[in-house]
Design a protein around this ligand. Structure first.
Ligand SMILES: NC(=O)c1ccc[n+]([C@@H]2O[C@H](COP(=O)([O-])OP(=O)(O)OC[C@H]3O[C@@H](n4cnc5c(N)ncnc54)[C@H](OP(=O)(O)O)[C@@H]3O)[C@@H](O)[C@H]2O)c1
Length: 252
């Protein structure tokens, strides 16, 4: 049975991926949902008739998720056609004033867990498999006041691009998705709303459209997907203009 594995499935973009996968990948009949809030995952599972759902309530910054996911994979040996690495967090604030715990959480979740889950799942992914990693426009140019977050997303984009090339001989693609701001829990948890002039003026992306575009891009085997013309233009600018200049506009 073809399986999709989705991290960060309990809210925001991840939840939207779960809702839309069937419309773009109707052949996938089993979903593995990962996040900490088991109740949310169970409620979401009830809205998915006709597919088998496995709920994995794991803390992807904790000590046990690697062994628990490894065990589940070894036991069930799923044929993973699609992996969506969506779990992520980002906190606004100057580096020397922000809690170290939050800074390390961004590294653990956005970098370590994304890497570990991808590495663990890959042996179960056959030819034609698709990986989606959620990066951000923050990966294009360093964002002062979200310095750690933007550095983690630079990792996600660079990791995804390199892996996309590495996995070509296996017929597997990796798509780095680079959205702008979206009105999800992320914005509240990161204390962003009302505290950043940049976020106040930037156009917001619609998670429904982001997910549709991301799934379509992944199906086509694209390496990068940036939603919205405004941010596509920003991506081109970031490749042409020295970051020493752009970094002033990129300050959050
Ligand atoms: N919203 C934006 O403005 C924006 C813009 C660009 C990129 N992004 C990226 O988009 C992705 C999705 O973000 P979102 O906007 O959908 O945020 P969200 O609504 O806050 O969702 C984050 C998801 O990650 C899960 N998660 C958080 N900590 C976790 C942990 N320790 N272990 C396991 N799962 C954990 C959460 O579930 P639990 O709390 O249940 O664990 C939730 O399902 C992230 O990678 C984010 O960096 C967001």
């Amino acid at each position: 049975m073809k399986t999709a594995v989705i991290t960060g499935a309990s809210a925001g973009l991840g939840q939207e991926f779960v809702r839309q996968i069937q419309s773009v990948f109707p052949e996938i009949q089993e979903y593995w949902l990962m996040a900490r809030r088991a109740d949310r995952l169970a409620s979401l599972a009830e809205t998915l008739p006709g597919v088998t759902v496995k709920v994995l309530p794991l803390d992807l910054t904790g000590p046990d998720y690697i062994s628990e996911l490894s065990l589940a994979l070894e036991r069930d040996k799923p044929e993973v056609s699609l992996l969506v690495g969506c779990a992520g967090c980002g906190y606004l604030g100057n580096f020397d004033e922000s809690p170290l715990e939050e800074q390390l959480r961004m590294l653990d979740l956005n970098i370590r867990a994304l890497t570990a889950v991808t590495r663990l799942v890959l042996p179960y992914m056959p030819k034609g498999g698709r990986i989606i990693h959620i990066s951000s426009i923050a990966s294009f140019v360093p964002n002062p006041r979200m310095t750690i977050y933007s550095a983690t997303k630079s990792f996600v984009s660079a990791f995804s691009r390199g892996l996309h090339e590495e996995l070509k001989p296996r017929g597997i693609s990796v798509t780095a998705v680079c959205p702008g701001p979206m009105d999800t829990e992320f914005i509240q948890l990161g204390r962003i709303k009302g505290n950043s002039k940049t976020f106040d003026v930037l156009p917001y992306c619609d998670p429904v459209q982001v997910v549709h575009g991301a799934l379509t891009a992944a199906k086509k085997g694209k390496a990068v997907y940036t939603p919205k013309a405004f941010y596509k233009f920003y991506r081109v600018l970031s490749a042409l203009i020295p970051h020493a200049i752009l970094i002033h506009a990129a300050k959050t």
